[in-house]
Design a protein around this ligand. Structure first.
Ligand code: ADP
Ligand code: MG
Length: 272
């Protein structure tokens, strides 16, 4: 088995005296796609900020390729819920921001803009982009430095449902093409099951891992199959156990016939 890309052990994280993370421990292998799934306030963003080197005030050890996290690490990229593009820079200069002044002229910027479908918007300004386009530019910016690990904090929760599906598929294809490992925070069960190899379901007060799910579905993923999968059912039980214990979650759900023909999202054409 390969060395973990990320080895995380946060034994205790407090804000003032309140414990918000208590004993969260996991490893991520190179090339994996892992989600942290849990209700608001369970500590997902706090964990991501620790991995990004944005918060060093915790007990435990975190290692990325064997080294402690630090800000501006070339090994780590970060994508937020909002695109956070700088309004006074062109799309190209935003994507190439890490290369410094005039970074938009870097050859990788053009390649990345083409990959995210924004080749014609290199010289546009952020206010000229739709929400989905702006988030695609943010993804390109996150990949610019070729990070081994890309952290994403609820990256698609601010866009509409159709845009979200297109962005999820774009993210999967980019991660595969660039060999990028993904650690994604989400509170959306469908999204976690559709994207991930493994899901860590978290509970709150203080934040802990309530369970780990191996998704185990073939790639490319089939959205309809994901919806009826055992992974979905396990995530639902872990998140809402009490309310759902009347369901037989041991396989009956996964075996049910599909209620609808799966939609071929790739064949639908609309602008994101
Ligand atoms: P999530 O991303 O899962 O919604 P967060 O990691 O943002 O949760 O927050 C976890 C807990 O820590 C919450 O109870 C939140 O109120 C608290 N918290 C987060 N950031 C701060 C902060 N800067 N100061 C005090 N409390 C915070
Ligand atoms: Mg959060």
């Amino acid at each position: 088995m390969s060395e973990p890309l990320l080895a995380l052990n946060v034994s205790d994280k407090r804000f003032q005296s309140r414990s918000v993370i208590d004993g969260v421990r996991f490893d991520i292998r190179p090339g994996e796609i892992v989600s942290l799934l849990g209700p608001s306030g369970c500590g997902k963003s706090t964990l991501l900020r620790i991995v990004a080197g944005l918060d060093e005030d915790y007990r435990g050890t975190v290692r990325i390729k064997g080294a402690a996290p630090h800000l501006h690490s070339p090994d780590v990229g970060f994508i937020f819920q909002e695109p956070r593009l700088l309004p006074w820079l062109t799309v190209a200069d935003n994507v190439g921001f890490e290369a410094g002044r005039g970074g938009g002229g870097h050859p990788r910027v053009r390649e990345l803009l083409a990959e995210v479908g924004l080749a014609d918007f290199a010289d546009a300004y952020p206010k000229q982009l739709s929400g989905g386009m702006a988030q695609r530019a943010a993804i390109a910016r996150g990949l610019f430095a070729q990070p081994a690990l890309l952290l994403l904090d609820e990256p698609f929760s601010a866009v509409d449902a159709f845009t979200r599906m297109r962005l999820q598929d774009l993210l999967l294809s980019l991660a595969e093409r660039h060999g990028t490992t993904l650690l994604l925070v989400t509170h959306d069960i469908d999204e976690a099951a559709y994207l991930s190899d493994r899901i860590f379901v978290m509970s709150a007060n203080p934040g802990r891992i309530a369970g780990e799910i191996e998704v185990g579905l073939p790639r490319p993923r089939d959205r309809a199959a994901v919806e009826l999968s055992h992974a979905q059912a396990r995530a639902l039980t872990l998140l809402h156990g009490e309310q759902l214990d009347y369901l037989d979650l041991t396989g009956e759900l996964a075996a049910r016939p599909r209620p609808l023909e799966p939609v071929d999202f790739a064949s639908l054409s609309f602008a994101v």
